[in-house]
Design a protein around this ligand. Structure first.
Ligand SMILES: NC(=O)C1=CN([C@@H]2O[C@H](COP(=O)(O)OP(=O)(O)OC[C@H]3O[C@@H](n4cnc5c(N)ncnc54)[C@H](OP(=O)(O)O)[C@@H]3O)[C@@H](O)[C@H]2O)C=CC1
Length: 266
C-alpha cells in the first residue's frame, strides 16, 4: 500500500453540519488548491465531504482524506465496522488517515490499536493517527501499536502552545496536527497578532497559521467562507521573522477551546 505525505494545510469541517454548506466548502477549498480534508464520524458530514471531493476534478489519489473513529466505537469489531462505514459515506475505498478521535469511553490501547493495525495491514487505511492524547497515553499507545504513527492531532494555537506535545512529536518522529488553529476565530482579536499582521500586510488569522507552520505543525483551519478559505491557504506564503516568532512564543495567556478537564483521564 503506497503511503502519502500529509499536506501541511488542510480544511477542517467540524460544525459544518449543513450538507450543502459542507459540500461547498470542501469543493471550494480543493478548487483553491487545498489537498487535505479533515472530518470525523462524529461530525456527521462524511457524505457531504465525499460529495464535495467528487464535485471537483481532483484525482482521488491527490486528496488526503482524514477521518476519526468516535470514542464510543473503539472496540475491536466496532473499529473495523465503523472504518468501513466511513469509507462508504465518503465514497472511497481507502482512508488516507484514520484517527482515534478521543481516548475515552470504549478506548482500550491493546484492543483499539490492534484493530487499527488490522486495518493498516489489510490496506483499508494508509496511515494511523491519534487525537487528544496526553504524553502518558501516547507512550502506552506507541507500545501497543505495530503500524507507524503518522500524526497526533490536538488543539494548538498561540493561546494554547502545546510545547510538551510538540516536543514529543519531534522526538518520536510523528507529525503534529494543530486543530482549532485559529482558536475558533478568537486569534483575530489578539493584539500581538494584529500588530504582527499589520507589519506583514497580512491578517491575524494568517499570522496564527504561519506561526504554527513555522513550528512544523500541520494546520486544519475550518471555514465555510470562500474569502477565509483563500486567506487561510495563503498563510503558507507568510514568512515570520525571528522577532515575530519569539513574540508569539512568549504569549503566556492560555485559552482552551476544547475542555480537557471534562475528560476522565486528565
Ligand atoms: N480532533 C478533535 O477532537 C478536533 C478536531 N478539530 C478539527 O480542526 C478543525 C479546525 O478547528 P475548529 O474548531 O473548526 O476551529 P478553527 O480554529 O479552525 O476556527 C474556525 C472558526 O474560525 C472562523 N474563521 C476561519 N477562517 C477565518 C479567518 N481567516 N478569519 C477569521 N475567522 C476565520 C470560521 O468561521 P467561517 O466559517 O465563517 O470562516 C470558524 O468560526 C475542525 O473543523 C476539525 O476538522 C476541531 C476540534 C476538535
Amino acid at each position: 500500500m503506497p503511503r502519502k505525505t500529509i499536506p501541511k494545510i488542510g480544511v477542517g469541517t467540524y460544525e459544518n453540519t449543513d450538507p450543502e454548506v459542507c459540500k461547498a466548502s470542501v469543493e471550494t477549498a480543493l478548487n483553491l488548491g487545498y489537498r487535505h480534508v479533515d472530518t470525523a464520524e462524529m461530525y456527521e458530514n462524511e457524505a457531504a465531504v465525499g460529495e464535495g471531493i467528487a464535485a471537483t476534478d481532483c484525482d482521488r489519489d491527490d486528496v488526503f482524506i482524514s477521518t476519526k473513529i468516535h470514542s464510543a466505537n473503539l472496540g475491536y469489531e466496532d473499529v473495523l465496522t465503523h472504518a468501513r462505514e466511513s469509507c462508504d459515506r465518503l465514497g472511497v475505498d481507502v482512508l488516507d488517515l484514520l484517527y482515534v478521535h478521543w481516548p475515552i469511553r470504549a478506548y482500550d490501547p491493546e484492543e483499539t490499536l490492534s484493530a487499527f493495525d488490522e486495518l493498516y495491514d489489510r490496506g483499508l487505511i494508509r496511515h494511523v493517527g491519534l487525537s487528544n492524547f496526553t504524553p502518558a497515553l501516547l507512550e502506552t499507545a506507541l507500545e501497543a501499536l505495530d503500524a507507524p504513527l503518522l500524526a497526533h492531532q490536538v488543539e494548538c494555537h498561540p493561546l494554547l502552545q502545546q510545547k510538551e506535545l510538540r516536543k514529543f512529536a519531534r522526538e518520536h518522529g510523528h507529525r503534529f496536527v494543530a486543530y482549532s488553529p485559529l482558536a475558533k476565530g478568537s486569534v483575530t482579536e489578539m493584539p500581538e497578532l494584529v500588530d504582527i499582521a499589520d507589519k506583514h500586510g497580512a491578517t491575524p488569522a494568517q499570522v496564527s497559521l504561519a506561526w504554527l507552520l513555522s513550528k512544523e505543525c500541520v494546520v486544519i483551519p475550518k471555514s465555510s467562507s470562500e474569502s477565509h478559505l483563500r486567506e487561510n491557504f495563503e498563510a503558507r506564503r507568510i514568512s515570520l521573522d525571528k522577532t515575530d516568532i519569539e513574540r508569539i512564543d512568549g504569549i503566556d495567556r492560555t485559552t482552551r477551546q476544547v475542555d480537557f478537564e471534562a475528560a476522565p483521564w486528565s
